[in-house]
Design a protein around this ligand. Structure first.
Ligand SMILES: [Zn+2]
Length: 263
């Protein structure tokens, strides 16, 4: 297996991967999206809400605030042996107490665990007018995207076949239509040399607009077998590398279970 990282930052990773098959890459994608646990607010006790937002709408908004996650220090509430599904092993409290006039942001949530805090401080939650108050206790728990999208660590997790473009130079009439019609700037037409070049192969989405535009049927576009371009973006709760690493561990555990079962 060969992996080549093309672009990377805190919440984004783009890489090519070669030497795997559809089943493997799709399993990693699916597990990354819905089986890698993260923290999210699950229950909210609203003590006071003078703002012009329903309690339910506020609770829903709180649930969607991405929280940084130390997965190893927490257990899923469903797997915790506490009776009320609310102990320091499975839950973290975040308190909110503010008085208007002000806009209340995610950064105003005071977490009781420094490892579990809003990833972004600037998500607006509600607006308070002069004299209005809000006071609540939010309980965050570890969960899976399988149960609710708020527990999905990824905002995008997709792959595509690595494109393979072949231009038949024998039949190409150098009309340049492939370059002018491609919506993604994959080709460049050199008018002086009367030549079409592929300048950004990895940006090709295999829409085949170029194939349809070509007047001499000289272009073929296909996916390269066993090679993919993988893109993953996270909401900040976990880094893309950590999501992928955990997805691989989960897939490995599942495979071992099957092997054990077959023995
Ligand atoms: Zn517990």
């Amino acid at each position: 297996m060969e992996i080549d990282i093309k672009k990377k930052d805190e919440n984004f990773l783009l890489f090519t991967i070669e030497g795997v098959d559809d089943a493997f890459i799709n399993a990693i994608r699916r597990i990354s999206t819905v089986e890698v646990p993260t923290m999210a607010i699950e229950t909210v006790e609203i003590l006071k809400n003078d703002a012009k937002i329903f309690d339910e709408a506020l609770a829903h908004r709180l649930g969607l605030v991405p929280l940084t996650t130390d997965v190893d220090s927490m257990v899923l509430a469903s797997e915790c042996d506490c009776e009320e599904d609310n102990c320091p092993r499975c839950s973290v409290s975040l308190l909110l107490k503010e008085k208007g006039p002000k806009t209340v942001y995610s950064g105003d949530l005071k977490s009781q665990d420094p490892e579990v805090v809003p990833y972004n401080d600037t998500i607006p939650l509600l607006k308070l007018k002069e004299g209005e108050e809000v006071e609540l206790i939010a309980i965050a728990q570890l969960g899976l995207g399988l149960e609710h999208a708020k527990w999905e660590p990824t905002t995008a997790c997709v792959y595509k076949y690595y494109p393979k473009i072949t231009i038949d130079t024998e039949t190409c009439e150098a009309c340049g239509l492939c370059a002018s019609e491609c919506p993604r700037g994959v080709y460049e037409f050199d008018e002086k040399k009367n030549l079409v070049k592929v300048i950004d192969l990895e940006n090709c989405s295999m829409c085949k607009t170029c194939v349809r535009g070509c007047t001499s049927d000289s272009i073929t576009v296909e996916g390269q077998e066993g090679k993919y371009i993988f893109r993953i973006e996270t909401d900040g709760s976990l880094s893309p590398e950590e999501v992928l690493k955990r997805a691989c561990d989960i897939l490995s555990d599942k495979s071992n279970e099957v092997i054990e079962f077959c023995k």
